[in-house]
Design a protein around this ligand. Sequence first.
Ligand code: NAP
Length: 251
Amino acid sequence: MSTQKTAIVTGAARGIGAAVAKRLADDGLAVAVLDLDADACADTVKAITDAGGKAIAVGADVADEASVNAAVEKVVAELGKPTVVVNNAGITRDNLLFKMTVDDWDAVMAVHLRGAFNVTKAAQKYMVEAEWGRIVNLSSTSALGNRGQVNYSAAKAGMQGFTKTLAIELGRFGVTANAIAPGFIETEMTAATAERVGVPFEDFKRAAASQIPVNRVGVPEDIAHTASFFISEGAGFVSGQVVYVAGGPKD
Ligand code: NAP
């Protein structure tokens, strides 16, 4: 019987999720590359399999419970029972409070919070059964407050409370839950923010880097490295933590 562990990484077609999926495959896990559109996962899956790893593409909307349950069943059937989950899928719908619509509020809550709830709930039974599991949730420095992001910052602060409660409930089953709160990471999400505020992405990154103690913006691999630590065997006594990966301290 294979001892290879199976991971689900959501929002893994691109950006941080793709880097996490590749890193976990490098670490020896079989990886379900989950995103809204299975076809969009092809590049990530190919990069993993070309490097000798094991991965499948899974299309699912994390905000939809039935879609998630079907996706997890597919993972069990085609890859193995998932004992590692990285809740990374995310969207932004930024606006100042007075201009933000209820739809923008609900969309952000649905993907980040309901999404993480759906995926974690569907996968936890396999972790409990295995008496081992690792859950990693993507928060953000925006959890500390960020102009134009009442919805996103509330969701990302919510991810931290969600993580801590998972750690308390599931610890007795050998399951850890931790959150990564990235600062500025160069992805399509931050490129879209630059476009929204009308600043060329290179200028936007330079301005961000000048405010960051290590004097650069982050790359998806910075987050993948942290996720790799959290899911490692040796990190079994680290649970309920939030690590800010932001090139400097955050409170
Ligand atoms: P990204 O490049 O926009 O990638 C996010 C991925 O999530 C996309 O492939 C997207 O698919 C997918 N997704 C969106 N809604 C989904 C849903 N309902 N079901 C399944 N997949 C869905 O974003 P990123 O920058 O890599 O961010 C990844 C995570 O890190 C997010 O949780 C984000 O909030 C967090 N984060 C990012 C930064 C940063 O600076 N980039 C900082 C702090 C935290 P589509 O392309 O089809 O929409």
